[in-house]
Structures are given as C-alpha cells and as structure tokens.
Write a protein that binds this ligand. Structure first.
Ligand SMILES: [Fe+2]
Length: 341
C-alpha cells in the first residue's frame, strides 16, 4: 500500500503557485493557508487559464496539483477528510463519481446549478460539469470511404475490423467511453465488445499516439476524443492531415459525450472561495475560455457557444448517461480480465 501511494505521489508532481502576477494578492500578504488548493486532472493549460482569470477577477490566490483522473480521484478517497484539497477538477466523470461515492463532496450552490443545464451535471447536486468532450472515430481517408465507416461503435467487434482500428484502453478518457457503454448496454454487451476489441484492436498509449497511427496508415481508424484532432488541425496537421472525423450520432454508445467535472471537497475550510471558483468556471467568462482558447473542449454552461470550428454539441445526438454512476473501476476490472490492461 505504502509503495503504491508513494508511486502515485511521485507521479502527481509539484504544487504550482500562480500568485506572482498579482500585485494586490502579493501585497495583502497572503500565505500558504489563504490559497485555494485544486487537485486538477484537467489538461494543465486549461486549468492554468481558469486559475489566472479567476484570480485576476477575485484576488483569491490559487495553487494546484496536477495528475490523472484516476490517480487524483484515488488520492482524494485515500486522504478522506484529511485532504488538503479544496476543489477537484477532472477530464471525465468517473473520477468525480468515485469521490462522490466516498461522500467527500459538498453540494454545489444553487447559483452554480443555475448556470449549468441539467444534462451537464449530476442530479445529486454534488458536483457540476465544467466542460465536455465528444467521442469520435478518426479515420484515414486513404483507407476508408464514408460508406465503409462503422454505423455503430459496437460494429468494431466484427471480424471485418480485425487489425484495422486502435484505441488507448489504459487512459481514463477511453475508460469513460466504455463506462458509458456499460451503463447503456449492460455487462454482457460490454464484455463481448471488449473481447472483440482484444481480437481486433491495436493498443496505443494515449489519444495522440492513436491518432498518429491512424494518420500514418498503421490502422484505418481509432476511437478518441474530438479535441485532439481539432488541436492538431489548428496547428501543424502533423498527426491528422490524412484523417477525418466520423461521429456515430443516433444515441449510439460511440456518440457518448463525456463531462469534465468540478466539485468542492466537504472537508475544505474554504467553502466560499471554492464555490466561487466553480461559479467562475461555469460563468460566461469561464466558459468563454473554452470557446476562444486552444483547448477545443466544449463549453457546457451559461449559454456559451462552442468554438465555431466544432460540430455543435446539440447536433451530436449523444446518448443520455447519468454521470454520477459511470463506473470506471468495473471497466478496468473487465479490461484486466480480458488482457487489455
Ligand atoms: Fe485529454
């Protein structure tokens, strides 16, 4: 146990302080204890943009610890009421659900709930969506015509897809997609699909290496999140120039839209500031960072539209999923049994 936790701790990295830019906060003599501490599993660049804008608006200094969804969620559960964290931010819902199951979150305020439509936050009121990402099938346009694309993500278990698609099963991103499949279709369908994946799919480390393999023609297609493709398109097209995106739509499990979460730890002694942070992230100003920035993730609150390069969220025909009960642990157990992990 000790070894495992020290390994996790070493991967989490250093605490970063973002108060230097703020003369007022620095002059008021704010010490370590005045700082809001965020455990962040969101992309670091996005978390930093939110923190800087929040501190500029409120004068409240913020620090963060960076890690992955699963490791940060596990750390919060292990720390329990003794956690120094005030806020938890994730890429996907399952880590939020795990912390919620451990009963470690305070309720979000009605002001925050008012800013976020019901489909982008759990009905429990224990946390809120702060952004969203869409599941896509990136495909190599030299290898597949639009007519040859799978109608459903479940088709990828069929023999004709053997050796022709890839995915990153160890990543929390992909496990969230399979957790949605499990919730929507149950364990039998999910286990069968994972068996098919074991037979058919090439395994990659992450979304980027998967997209790179699709682009180079190593595989014809890959299941990833949309924003990795849009980021590369906006930059060099180095890993996406030979590819296009296929959206499964039709409420298919492959049309799953994953909600990135934000929650306030009940053990925090800075409830007011922590709630203010989530209120800012879900406000028009906070969501506008998603619309105009380089994250290419979807805004979910305060009526802010998506970056115009993206297919609007409302057109993706995503299946209805309860984010509070997405179970990544069950998925990871199934994947381990199947030899995918
Ligand atoms: Fe990501």
């Amino acid at each position: 146990m000790r070894t495992r936790w020290s390994r996790i701790a070493s991967r989490i990295g250093v605490v970063v302080t973002l108060t230097a830019a703020l003369g007022t906060a620095a002059c008021s003599g704010s010490g370590q204890s005045d700082e809001l501490l965020i455990y962040s599993a969101q992309h670091e660049s996005l978390t930093k943009e939110w923190i800087e804008a929040f501190t500029e608006e409120t004068g409240i200094p913020v620090t963060y610890r960076q890690g992955g969804d699963t490791e940060m969620g596990n750390q919060l559960v292990a720390e329990g009421d003794a956690s120094p964290a005030d806020v938890f931010l994730t890429e996907n819902s399952p880590a939020m659900a795990a912390v919620e199951r451990a009963d470690l979150f305070a309720d979000i305020t009605p002001e925050i709930a008012d800013q976020v439509p019901e489909q982008y936050r759990p009905s429990s009121g224990k946390w809120t969506g702060v952004a969203a990402r869409a599941t896509v099938f990136a495909y190599n346009t030299d290898m597949l015509t639009p007519e040859q694309l799978p109608a459903s993500m479940l088709d990828l278990q069929r023999p004709e897809w053997q050796g022709r698609w890839g995915a990153p099963p160890a990543k929390a991103d992909f496990q969230a997609i399979v957790a949605a499949l499990l919730q929507l279709e149950g364990p039998e369908v999910t286990e069968r699909w994972l068996d098919g994946m074991k037979t058919n799919a090439e395994i990659y480390d992450n979304n980027i290496t998967t997209l790179r393999a699709v682009n180079s023609g190593e595989v014809a297609g890959g299941v990833i999140y949309h924003y990795y493709w849009f980021r590369d398109q906006a930059e060099t097209e180095e890993i996406s120039g030979n590819t296009e995106l296929h959206y499964f739509r039709n409420e298919d499990p492959g049309a799953f839209v994953s909600i990135s979460g934000g929650g306030v730890l009940a053990s925090s002694d800075k409830q007011d500031q922590a709630q203010q942070f989530l209120q800012f992230v879900t406000s028009e100003a906070g969501q506008d960072i998603l619309r105009t920035g380089t994250s290419f993730e979807y805004p979910v609150a305060s009526g802010v539209a998506a970056n115009p390069a993206l297919v609007p969220l409302a057109e993706l025909q995503a299946p209805a999923v309860d984010p509070s009960t997405l179970d990544a642990q069950a998925v990871s157990d199934m994947m381990t049994k199947d030899g995918l992990l």
